[in-house]
Design a binder for this molecule. Sequence first.
Ligand SMILES: Cc1cc2nc3c(=O)[nH]c(=O)nc-3n(C[C@H](O)[C@H](O)[C@H](O)COP(=O)(O)OP(=O)(O)OC[C@H]3O[C@@H](n4cnc5c(N)ncnc54)[C@H](O)[C@@H]3O)c2cc1C
Length: 618
Amino acid sequence: MTRKTVLEDCDVLVVGGGMAGTGAAFEARHWGRDLKIICVEKANIDRSGAVAQGLYAINCYMGMQWGENQPEDHVRYARNDLMGLVREDLGYDMARHVDSAVHMFEEWGLPMMRNKETGRYQREGKWQIMIHGESYKPIVAEAAKKSADKIYNRIMITHLLMDEEKENRVGGAVGFNMRTGDYHVFRAKTVIVAAGGASHIFKPRAVGEGMGRTWYAPWSNGSAYALPIAVGAKMTQMENRIVLCRFKDGYGPVGAYFLHLKTYTQNANGENYEKKWYEKTKELVGEYIDHHPTPTCLRNHAFIQETMAGGGPIHMVTKEAFQDPHLETVGWENFLGMTVGQAVVWASQNIDPKYTNPELTTSEPYVMGSHATCSGAWVSGPEDIAPPEYFWGYNRMTTVEGLFGAGDTVGGSAHKFSSGSFTEGRLAAKAAVKYIEEEKAKDIKVSDNQCEDFKEIIFKPLENYTVGRNEITGGTVSPSYISPIQGLQRLQKIMDEYVGGISYNYMTNENTLKRGLELLDWLQEDLENVGAEDYHQLMRAWELKHRTLTSQCVTEHTLFRQETRWPGYYYRGDYMKLDDENWHCLTLSRRDPKTGKFTMEKAPVYHIVDEKEKKEAS
Ligand SMILES: Cc1cc2nc3c(=O)[nH]c(=O)nc-3n(C[C@H](O)[C@H](O)[C@H](O)COP(=O)(O)OP(=O)(O)OC[C@H]3O[C@@H](n4cnc5c(N)ncnc54)[C@H](O)[C@@H]3O)c2cc1C
């Protein structure tokens, strides 16, 4: 069959039109008036990414205009929550710019809640401000649409193109349109990967009839990691997966409940179980348990220990707060603007939080770089504050030249959330334009052969199916191919059982990780034979391949770090204690694109913020 190829040449290519991608498209136009800017999105940017349904709060806003917080405060907060290990240059850089992004959201029409007495944005917590955020995503999408030369919706990017003149320099990206089946080639001077986090790599709690329900967006399939990993970009902190405490079965968020409604948790006997686990936790992590606020992973740890000891179910005490009609409204609206599914689950389980305290649970692990963890690409920091080990010319550029990242893609800088991801997209785009202006993207060569090779690879699952289906005698079991859902379930089982998922109470060790790596290798081999019956399934096939590569990287990192840095996110049974002496560092990996082998190394953690202050004081 002849397949149409659509070719575009551009200056800035943005992969993924979520929060970071829309920020990147907007800012690229600001600095690059005459440049050709293209944004490619797997869904439709009006309702895509983790903010598709809307949000009820912007979780990262300093409030510098009112002297509420300073960027340094945010760095200390993120450092504390991540048990000491963050890239402070990246966090500081995001925090010093994030307020201006939020002010633009308001200008563009996002309804913000205001405190009636002070006139300031209504705070939900120290960092969060409350919004009527159902329209959040269409609003930022409009800014991107007005800025980019072209937005391509419904195109999944599967591979990055590489320059054939200069080693380790990007040359664009390729993918396919999942409605028409057209092959798309984007030759680009710079590429900004902003393709979101990774859900569904570990077996989820919601299986069977609940399949597809997850906390992080089910369509976040790890392309943000697989694309740079495949071309040999260095990754950092991929072991730092996140586990969330959420309302049971609907994964409804708890932030507004804790912070605004002042609800609290208790075990089945009505006890404050967190206190019970203080001494034992201290034995594992030392003084980190005394930090304020208690790091998220340690709160999870108490939850997990309590349920393992038979103290569950754990409940959120809502009955008191919900007696106040205003708080009751806020409690429900919180879901209706963001996670409608939780309200539906409660209705189906006959739970009215005014009369019944709802159950909480800990989720399966997710991988991401923008929420309360910092897995992702190892990128250059800003020139004014990044120490030499963190700086190689262009802010947010990965270790592959011309390849930038933002949002969930970027590692080491947690707690960016929606506003910080948009901001980071802006920072990456500004640097990408500078890279072009300084003529770093001259004479890139991407041959027709390279593009033709990818064309064959991308559509192979359709061929596998067309040939293999003739051998099916009944049902969906084929001797010659596996379907994307079969492959996905196999991946989730491996990650769950060997890399610290829910079935094993997040426990793993060197032996299970090594076995997990073997099984992942064999899964990779079998994925050569994944079959897709239509273009939608072709997308599923490529999502699975990206998830699997991401999972290999997560497993390698988990094996490398010989300590339990974040109890409550995962446990290394063979190294149960936090080990600051040997592991107060960041982990880096690189996968050799030719051999597929990973190499690991340590990178230093610099506590820049307090060093700066110490110097100023002396
Ligand atoms: C349940 C939930 C609740 C949250 N609550 C809050 C909150 O209350 N406040 C807050 O500030 N933040 C919140 N966040 C965090 C916020 O949504 C994220 O930090 C932010 O969306 C990350 O931005 P991003 O651009 O990296 O990823 P996303 O916004 O997810 O965008 C990634 C985009 O890439 C596209 N894409 C993926 N793969 C490909 C591919 N191969 N080719 C082309 N396109 C691709 C996706 O379709 C998507 O549009 C929440 C997130 C979730 C999931």
